[in-house]
Each structure stands twice: as C-alpha cells, then as structure tokens.
Design a protein around this ligand. Structure first.
Ligand SMILES: NC(=O)c1ccc[n+]([C@@H]2O[C@H](COP(=O)([O-])OP(=O)(O)OC[C@H]3O[C@@H](n4cnc5c(N)ncnc54)[C@H](O)[C@@H]3O)[C@@H](O)[C@H]2O)c1
Ligand SMILES: [Zn+2]
Length: 276
C-alpha cells in the first residue's frame, strides 16, 4: 500500500459532500458470507456443487427452476436463509455515519443480493441493487404478478445434497413455481422493474450532486463481472472526484485511484480511526 493511502482516503472522505458507495461480494466477506471467486471459492462454500461438477455460472441459471427445481431451490433457499441469518459487520454503520455528515449523503450501488444495506439503515431510495435482491421473488411464468417481498422462507434444505423438499415457493397469483428476483446468467426472464426504479433514483442523485465534491468508495468489487468497478470508475471520472478502491486482492486502478489492499472492515476501521 502506498505511503499515506489511508490518510489520503480519510481526507477525501472528510472533504466530500456526497459519496458513492460501490459494494461487491467482497464487502459481505467480513460478515462471514462467502464470495464466489473462481470455482474454488464457490465449491468451498457449496461442496455438493463440487461433487456434481457444477460451477457458479452454471448453477446461477434460471433453467434449473424448470429442469430440477429441488436443486434450484436448494441453492437459492440456502442462500436466502444464510443472508437472513447473517449479521452485517460494523463497517456498514461506520460508512453510514460518514455519509450522514455529508450535505448530499450517500448512494449505494451494489451487486450484492443480500439486502444488507437496507437492513443497516441505508435509505430505500439511495440503493441500486444491479443484480436484484434475494429478498424478492417473482413468478417463473411471468403471469403478470408483480415482484413480491419474501422475508421468511419455510423451506427445508438438505445440507449434504443441497436439495430442497416440496412444497417450493409459488406465485401467489397463478400458483406456478417462484424464483428469486435476481439476475442470473442467460436470464431473459428476470423482472428488472425494481432495479430500473432504483436506477431512476440513482440518476436523480447523480444529477443533484453534479456540483458537489463527490468521493467514490468501492469495496470488495471483483474483476470477473466488473459492473460495480465500472460504475465507480465512470462516476469518479465524470465528477473528477476521488476513487478509493478497497480490495485485498484486486486493488489496482488508474493513476488517480487510491488503492487500499486490505479487507473491507479492516480498511474502514483504520479510516474511521483517522477521522476527526
Ligand atoms: N453477499 C451477496 O449478496 C453475494 C455473495 C456472493 C455472490 N453474490 C453474487 O454473485 C456475483 C459474483 O460474486 P463473486 O463473489 O464471484 O464476485 P467476485 O469474486 O468477482 O468478487 C469478490 C471480490 O471481493 C474481494 N474480497 C475478498 N475478501 C474481501 C474482503 N474481506 N473485503 C473486501 N473485499 C474482499 C476479492 O478480492 C474479489 O475482488 C455477485 O456479483 C453477486 O451478484 C452475492
Ligand atoms: Zn404467476
């Protein structure tokens, strides 16, 4: 880490009057959640998938809900329960506090589907979940039923086989099988309504913070599907603001990037201590 990167980051955050928070799977790691970095990472988190030889890209495909709903709901039901039972780490509260002292506050752009920013008190209108949310379900048949929120899932999943037993979650309108409202691979059936609505809020925020001093803090965003990284780079570029990239393995960026090669919580803790 370059000499003074943490000091520079603290200074940029302290001086800013608006903050974009970009968060990828790595931001959940310090809460105890797995990221899916490579097959190794995915299989470590889901050993039954290794036995079946199924990669994350293969598993995150809506066709399983037709072809093998027990495995599809085993995988997503397990994740739904894991995200609900996991307590988000203290870094959420730290970064929220910094945002609260800024004139225009913060906006969160995340590929995480765990709903943890909402749970930690970030405003509904200040979050864009670009891959959707596992707290919301939709009808697999797209019968016209709107996306619905599903807090509790009464589903039994066998940890050894990662298979769920019937009954699987169903559409309240037509009774056909439900699926999580998240964007999968080769997914032409994803109902993007919620995310598009959030995108509208994001565009408004960007517009309203045009003349502000904006800092972008990106944490745990990977390089495989760089949606969050790209947005952070783009916004920092357009606003001529500072980009702070916190990532233990992939902290590299352009010459103006403040790279912090630490875990998310550790970096936020150190910056927090430097804050006046
Ligand atoms: N919590 C969640 O909601 C969650 C978790 C896993 C995967 N997913 C979904 O799957 C997609 C793919 O996820 P993925 O895991 O392959 O992304 P990824 O592997 O591309 O990104 C993970 C990144 O986090 C970094 N990282 C690891 N530990 C960290 C730490 N302690 N602090 C900060 N950064 C850390 C890694 O270096 C890596 O760059 C995501 O975009 C998301 O939609 C969601
Ligand atoms: Zn339906």
């Amino acid at each position: 880490m370059s000499e003074g990167a943490l000091n520079q980051a603290t200074e940029a955050i302290r001086k800013a009057d608006a903050m974009l928070i970009g968060a990828g799977a790595g931001f959940g790691v310090d809460s105890g959640l797995p990221d899916f970095r490579g097959d190794e990472g995915f299989w470590k988190a889901y050993p039954p998938m290794e036995k079946l030889g199924i990669s994350f890209e293969e598993m995150a495909n809506p066709r399983w809900f037709e072809d093998d709903p027990s495995l599809a709901w085993g995988f997503y039901g397990h994740r739904h329960q894991l995200y609900r039972n996991t307590i988000p780490h203290p870094g959420f509260a730290m970064i929220r506090r910094w945002a609260e002292s800024m004139k225009q506050g913060a906006f969160v752009y995340t590929s995480n589907v765990d709903g943890h920013f909402q749970r930690m008190g970030f405003g509904q209108n200040r979050i864009l979940e670009c891959h959707g949310s596992l707290n919301y379900f939709q009808c697999l048949d797209r019968c016209g039923q709107e996306v619905w929120r599903q807090d509790n899932l009464d589903l039994s999943v066998d940890e050894g086989t990662l298979r769920a037993s019937t009954p699987f979650p169903a559409c309240p309108s037509c009774g056909s099988i439900a699926r999580p409202n998240i964007l999968m691979f080769g997914d032409w059936g994803w109902d993007s309504f919620r995310t598009e609505e959030q995108r509208g809020h994001f565009m408004d925020w960007v517009q309203n913070t045009r003349n502000c001093r904006t800092v972008t803090v990106e944490i745990g965003a990977g390089v495989t599907i760089p949606s969050v990284r790209n947005i952070c780079e783009q916004l920092a570029d357009e606003t001529k603001g500072t980009l702070i990239r916190i990532n233990p393995r992939d902290p590299q960026g352009t010459a103006n990037t403040i790279s912090i090669p630490l875990g998310g919580l550790e970096a936020l803790r150190q910056i927090n201590e430097l804050m006046p």
